[in-house]
Design a protein around this ligand. Structure first.
Ligand SMILES: Cc1cc2nc3c(=O)[nH]c(=O)nc-3n(C[C@H](O)[C@H](O)[C@H](O)COP(=O)(O)O)c2cc1C
Length: 233
C-alpha cells in the first residue's frame, strides 16, 4: 500500500490595485506559488466606476485623499462564485489610501466580509509609500470581527527617502512625472516598488506554498527581509 495522497491546498488571492503596484507584487507572488501541491485562484476587485490613474490634477488628488481619509467606499462589481469556495488560505492585498484600506477593499468587507472571511486563515499584503500601520490595525480589527486567523502580514513600502517619497507619490497621482522633473530626479528615480521587491514577493509566494504544503505554521515565516525593513508590532 502506498502513502495516501496529500490533499491539494487551495489559496485565494484577492486584491485591489489602483496604480498597478499591488498588481505587480501579486503577479510575482503567484509565480512563486506555482507548485503542484496548491491550486491558486486570484481575483482583482473591479470598481463599478473606473478609478482614474493618475487622478490628474492637484485639486482632484487632494479631494480624493480627503474622501479616502474618511473611508469613502468605492462600490465594486460582484465577485465570481469561485471566490466563495472554501480555501486553506486567503491572501488579501491592496494599497493604503489615506492611512486606511482602499475604498474597494472597504466595500468588499461591507458586502462580502462574512462570506469570505468567517473563520478563514488570512494573510494581508499591503502596498504603500510608507505609512501602513493604521491600515494594518484597521484590517486586523475588521478580520477579527469574522474570527479570521491572521498568522502574518506582508508589507511593501516604496523604498525612496522622505520627503521625496511623499512628494513623488503626490505628483504622480496629480498627473506629473516626478522621475523627469529636474529638482526631483536626483532623489526620485522610480515611482513605486523595485525589481528586488518583486523578487522578494516571488520568494514569499514560494515560502507560503512550502509552509502550507508541510502543514507548518505561517506565523513562522519572516516577511520582513527586504530593503524597507520595519517593525510590524
Ligand atoms: C488616494 C490615495 C491615498 C494614499 N494614501 C497613502 C497613505 O496614507 N499612506 C501611504 O503609505 N501611501 C498612501 N498612498 C500611496 C499608495 O498606497 C501606494 O502608491 C501604493 O503602492 C499603490 O498601490 P496600487 O498601485 O496597488 O494601488 C495613497 C495613494 C492614493 C491613491
Amino acid at each position: 500500500m502506498g502513502t495516501p495522497e496529500k490533499k491539494q491546498k487551495k489559496i485565494l488571492v484577492l486584491y485591489y490595485s489602483h496604480s498597478s503596484q499591488s498588481h505587480n507584487l501579486i503577479q510575482a507572488m503567484i509565480q512563486g506559488m506555482a507548485d503542484s501541491s496548491v491550486t491558486v485562484n486570484r481575483y482583482r476587485l473591479q470598481p463599478i466606476e473606473a478609478q482614474k490613474f493618475p487622478i490628474g490634477t492637484v485639486p482632484s488628488t487632494v479631494w480624493k485623499m480627503l474622501r479616502t481619509f474618511f473611508r469613502q467606499r468605492v462600490p465594486i462589481e460582484p465577485l465570481p462564485s469561485y471566490c466563495f469556495d472554501p480555501y486553506d488560505l486567503v491572501v488579501l492585498a491592496g494599497p493604503t489610501w489615506s492611512y486606511h484600506p482602499s475604498g474597494p477593499v472597504l466595500s468588499l468587507f461591507d458586502r462580502d466580509g462574512d462570506r469570505l472571511f468567517e473563520g478563514s486563515l488570512v494573510i494581508p499584503m499591503i502596498s504603500c509609500r510608507g505609512y501602513w500601520r493604521m491600515h494594518w490595525w484597521g484590517l486586523k480589527l475588521m478580520l477579527k470581527k469574522y474570527k479570521a486567523t491572521i498568522p502574518n502580514v506582508i508589507i511593501f513600502t516604496h523604498p525612496n527617502k522622505e520627503p521625496w517619497r511623499t512628494v513623488g507619490v503626490f505628483l504622480k497621482l496629480a498627473g506629473q512625472v516626478p522621475e523627469r522633473m529636474g529638482w526631483m530626479q536626483p532623489h526620485y528615480r522610480k515611482f513605486g516598488h523595485t525589481r528586488s521587491q518583486l523578487d522578494e514577493a516571488r520568494s514569499f509566494g514560494e515560502k507560503i506554498v512550502g509552509t502550507l504544503a508541510r502543514d507548518e505554521d505561517l506565523a513562522g515565516l519572516d516577511f520582513n527581509t527586504g530593503p524597507a525593513r520595519h517593525d510590524k508590532s
